[in-house]
Design a binder for this molecule. Sequence first.
Ligand code: S3P
Length: 431
Amino acid sequence: MNANIPKTVNPLKNPLKGTIKVPADKSISHRAAIFAALTRKEVLIGNFSLGADCKSTLSVLEQLGVEINFQSENNLSVLNKKGFKEPKNILYAGNSGTTIRLMAGILATSSFTSSITGDESLKKRPMGRIINPLKQMGANISAEDNDTKAPIIIKGSKLKGIMHNSQISSAQVKSCILLAGLNAEGKTIFREPVKSRDHTERLLAYLGADIEVEDTKVKIKQSELQSKPISIPGDISSAAFFIVAACIIPDSEIVIEGIGLNPTRTGIIDVMKQMGAKITILNQRIECNEEIGDIKINYSKLKGITIGKEMIPAIIDELPIIAVAATQAEGTTIVKEAEELRHKESDRIKAVCLNLKKLGADIEEALDGFVVHGKTQLRGNCVLETYHDHRIAMTGYVAGLASLKPVKINEFNWVNISFPEFTDIFAKIIH
Ligand code: S3P
């Protein structure tokens, strides 16, 4: 992702109208491929994400001897007939925190030694949060910078279950520990302050694991997974850019079909509704233990709100685009207790504040969030940076659509990390 492919975004003259689908959920795609590889039979996965992050997971699995075959563009089979084999090279997770953290939980109980690393951004992200609990389980694991940063070296060993009271709500940390627990002696219990996304719990239960969930506590015991077909819903975090765009571009009305509506992920709908958005859910159903449905979004007059601790995990990836919505809302929007945003693919608090200020928004950076005073007409006529972060790139694009003058976004190609089809899908609803 080194080349700089800039993008010019022209302000919209007409409302957004039409019906679209967005690509598969990134979080569930990673888990589907990894959990499929924990069975010994072929697993068919329908509607897999083709973003670079999920491809990183597939390539790590292939380096471990797993056979991956694409039947058609988004449908693939995963077969790990003989079990994971020792990789010849350092495993490379690219930009993907989910790949490195979930795979660390699995490699910790393997029968070999492996190393896993990633790109410059991933090498700066905190890994102590998985390494410390894995060590408590008996893992033989070390990493750069006093065991806090990738590359991580893991000598597979026998682990024992622990009770881990996590200080942070993180689905990646939770999933790492639960996956280690799936192969550990005794019971593993993970508790977090506020419930983070629960795709791991749901998919492991669907595949027959011995797992129990009680509010913010999850218990898992050693179990064999069954091979069952997995179909993946559309990614609500990708849909979020279209949801906010339709809410802020006058007279818009769009429908997004087949979106994952897992309650640990629908915070964007709850927040936008609290701000006054008109959003309707249609055709709600359950597939592979996950809620899914269609959503209709109409342009709405928005008002500022306060967002704090209890809400943050359910909107952790949507906070940058919520900041754009806040610039178009009357009154003040306060986002607090969201310090985790500084540990994502970029420091998203800083990135959002710098870009929105350039556009003419009234936004103040706080240590644990930001404050936006609205409503402001975004000016445009500036150059935004992506900070090597796909969600900052897409946030800039939506802000550009709502600006008075065109906006240039440098290194827009970072969008490919989660959503290579992003501008093509926008083109379908721009008239
Ligand atoms: C993810 C969990 C979240 C999220 C990330 C994907 C996952 O991170 O920000 O984009 O797939 O588990 P944390 O759980 O570390 O907050």
